[in-house]
Design a protein around this ligand. Structure first.
Ligand code: ADP
Length: 489
C-alpha cells in the first residue's frame, strides 16, 4: 500500500501489497512531477485498473524499468477518501489477471477501510500535537492556572501557580491544604474562594481580589478568576481558576495612597499661611505697624516660594514618570545660583548656620538655572531639615568638572539606604517624623542626570550626611565668559 500526500506531492510509502522493496523504493524516490497511478488516483479521485503489464505501459510509457516493471503484473489503484477529501491512494499488485465487479468492489472496501484507519491516525497525531502545544502554552503562562475536580482537588496546576504559593503543596483548591481559608480583613470573616463558588453554584467570577493567609503566616493579596467546567449534560464536573499574586501591586497602591495624603497635607500647609496672611493684610493692613506688615508679607512671600518649589518638583516628577526626556544643554553657574539659594534657605531656617565655601572664580556648568536652583534648594533644604545646626555648601573646581558638596551634622543616612533614598517616595524610618514627601531626592537625581552630572551620598566621618554632586564645565562658553566674577565685597 502506498499513500500520496496531495499537498506536498511526496510519496509516502506506508506498506506494500504485491510489490517488492526495490519497486517501492523506486516509486518513493520518483520526483513529485513524475506521474504514477497512485498519484493520479489521489489527484483525480478515479480508480485505475491494469490487468497486465502491456496495459500499464501504454499509459505510463515514461516510467523507468524499476517502477514500470518487466514482470507481467496486474494492478488496481484507488483513491483513499476520508470524509469529503482525498487523503491519498492505494495500489494493489497481483500476477497478471482479470478482475470482476465483485472483486473490484471488495478492493474498494479495502481502500475505504485503509482511508478510515489513516485518517484516525492523522487526527490522533494532530490532537496529541495540539494538546502538547496547549500544555506548553499553559505551563508557561505568567498567571497561575489550575483545574479542579468536582471535590476541589487539583487535577492540573501550572508552574506559575506553584510560584504564587511559593512551593506550598496546595492539593485542594477549596479546603484543607489551602487553609487557613482566605481572610477578608475588612469584614473579619472567611470568604469563599471564587473557585469554590464556581464548583458549588456554577458562578463565573472575574478578577476578584482578596487576601489569603498562608500557613507560614504571610499574607498574600491574590486576584482570582474562575469558571465551572460542565459535561455535555450541563452538570458541573470541575472548575478552572486563574490566580495572580497582586501583593506587590497592592503595596504600591497603599504607598501611593499614603503619599497622596502626605502630599495634600504638605501642599495645604503653605496655602494656609498664604491665605491667612493675605486675608490678615487685606482686613487689618491699614492699622498695622509697618514692621508687622512687612513680617506678614515676608511670610506670605516665603510660603509662596515654597509652594512654587513643591509644584516644580511635582512637575519634574510627572514628566519623569511619563518617560519624557529632561536633558538640557544650556549653561548655568553655581557661582551665581548657589549664594542666592544659601541665602534663601538661611532665611527659611533662621536657627541654622549656613556656610558657602566656594572659590572666587567658578567656571559655568552645563545645565539650566531652574534645574540647578531646584537641586540646590532640595539638598540644602534637606541638610537644614535633617541636620542640627551647621550646613555647608562646598564647591571645588576639578579637571573638567565642578564638585559640589552639601554637608550637614544630622543623623546621616544608614548604609543600606544610600541608594534607596533616591527612589520615589522613599523616606528613612528614623527621620520620617520630619515633614516630607520622599519626592525631593528622586527629582534631584533626575535633574542632575539631565544636566549630565552625577550624585552620590556618604556619611561624614564626624557624623552627618555628605551629598556630592558633579557637574560638567560648560565647554562651549565663550572665552571671556569662562568665569563669572561676583563682587563679594
Ligand atoms: P523628603 O525629605 O521630602 O522626605 P527626599 O526625597 O528629599 O524627601 O529625601 C528622602 C529621604 O532621605 C528623607 O525622607 C530622609 O529620610 C532622607 N534624607 C534626605 N536628606 C537627608 C539628610 N541630609 N540627612 C538625613 N537623611 C536625609
Amino acid at each position: 500500500m502506498a499513500r500520496v500526500l496531495p499537498d506536498s506531492e511526496q510519496l509516502d510509502i506506508i506498506g506494500s501489497f504485491g510489490f517488492d522493496d526495490r519497486e517501492l523504493q523506486a516509486m518513493a524516490a520518483s520526483p513529485a512531477a513524475v506521474r504514477l497511478p497512485i498519484r493520479d488516483v489521489a489527484r483525480s479521485g478515479e480508480a485505475l485498473v491494469f490487468e497486465n503489464v502491456e496495459a500499464f505501459r501504454q499509459r505510463y510509457q515514461h516510467l523507468t524499468s524499476a517502477v514500470a516493471q518487466t514482470r507481467d503484473r496486474a494492478r488496481v489503484s484507488f483513491p483513499l477518501r476520508a470524509r469529503d477529501s482525498i487523503i491519498g491512494g492505494i495500489t494493489l499488485g497481483f500476477p497478471a489477471r482479470t478482475f470482476d465487479e465483485d472483486e473490484l468492489g471488495f478492493f474498494l472496501s479495502i481502500a475505504n477501510a485503509a482511508a478510515l484507519a489513516l485518517e484516525r491516525i492523522r487526527l490522533g497525531t494532530a490532537e496529541s500535537e495540539a494538546r502538547g502545544m496547549l500544555d506548553t502554552v499553559v505551563a508557561q503562562m505568567p498567571v497561575g492556572v489550575t483545574v479542579a475536580g468536582r471535590d476541589g482537588r487539583i487535577l492540573y496546576r501550572n508552574v506559575a501557580f506553584d510560584q504564587v504559593f511559593d512551593g506550598l503543596a496546595v492539593e485542594n483548591l477549596t479546603e484543607g491544604s489551602w487553609a487557613p481559608l482566605p481572610r477578608d480583613k475588612r469584614r473579619k470573616r472567611s470568604v469563599e474562594l471564587p473557585v469554590s463558588r464556581s464548583l458549588s453554584t456554577g458562578e463565573v467570577v472575574v478578577n476578584e481580589e482578596m487576601e489569603v493567609a498562608r500557613p507560614d503566616g504571610k499574607t498574600l493579596a491574590i486576584m482570582q478568576s474562575s469558571a465551572p467546567v460542565r459535561d455535555q449534560s450541563g452538570a458541573i464536573i470541575g472548575a478552572v481558576a486563574v490566580t495572580v499574586d497582586i501583593t506587590q501591586r497592592k503595596e504600591t497602591e497603599q504607598l501611593q495612597d499614603a503619599f497622596l495624603s502626605v502630599l495634600s497635607h504638605e501642599l495645604r500647609t503653605p496655602v494656609t499661611t498664604i491665605s491667612a496672611g493675605s486675608q490678615f493684610l487685606a482686613t487689618r493692613g491699614k492699622q498695622l505697624d509697618p514692621s508687622v506688615m512687612v513680617e506678614v508679607a515676608q511670610d506670605v512671600a516665603a510660603e509662596s516660594d515654597r509652594l512654587c518649589r513643591m509644584i516644580d518638583d511635582l512637575l519634574v516628577l510627572a514628566r519623569a514618570e511619563r518617560g519624557m526626556d529632561l536633558t538640557v544643554n544650556g549653561v548655568t553657574s553655581l557661582q551665581v545660583r548657589l549664594p542666592a539659594v544659601v541665602a534663601g534657605v538661611a532665611a527659611e531656617w533662621p536657627d541654622r548656620h549656613l556656610v558657602c565655601d566656594m572659590p572666587a572664580e567658578v567656571p559655568p556648568v552645563t545645565g539650566d538655572d531652574g534645574y540647578l536652583d531646584q537641586v540646590l534648594w532640595n539638598l540644602l533644604g534637606n541638610a537644614a531639615k535633617y541636620g542640627r545646626r551647621e550646613v555647608t555648601a562646598r564647591v571645588e573646581v576639578r579637571d573638567g568638572h565642578i564638585e559640589l558638596q552639601v554637608l550637614d551634622d544630622g543623623p546621616g543616612i544608614p548604609a543600606g539606604e544610600r541608594d534607596r533614598i533616591f527612589e520615589l517616595f522613599t523616606r528613612v524610618e528614623a527621620t520620617s517624623q520630619k515633614p516630607g514627601t520622599g519626592i525631593g531626592l528622586f527629582v534631584v537625581r533626575r535633574l542632575v542626570a539631565a544636566m549630565g552630572g552625577t550624585i552620590s551620598v556618604a556619611n561624614r566621618p564626624e557624623g552627618g550626611a555628605a551629598f556630592t554632586v558633579t557637574l560638567q564645565v560648560h565647554s562651549d562658553a565663550p572665552e571671556d565668559a569662562g568665569a563669572v566674577v561676583v563682587d563679594r565685597a
